[in-house]
Design a protein around this ligand. Sequence first.
Ligand code: ZN
Length: 109
Amino acid sequence: MHICKAFEMKDPNEQYHHLTRLIKLEEFGDYCNGHYLHTWNDGHRYLCKCPACKALLLVQVSEFHAYEDAYYKDFFAVASREEAIALNEQYDGWQIEREYTGRKIHQTF
Ligand SMILES: [Zn+2]
């Protein structure tokens, strides 16, 4: 399994810039198997490929709507589209952040 180098990076800025280059392959939307695919108020998940590493990542975007909105992104290393879909079916937005024990990156901005 190819793993994106971002999961090994110690420098958050380097990691952030690496992850801005991802190419979106497939949109999974905001709902799957009876649960939402985001935390807070709004969001969605999609499958990406890293052009540098040729690795696949599942990305979860979440929005918190308030006086000042907040945005969260989670990145998960996956081996295949099928693995990404399996994660969508197994974990809702909160569960994938808290319970998933594989390689993940959490960004707040
Ligand atoms: Zn990469």
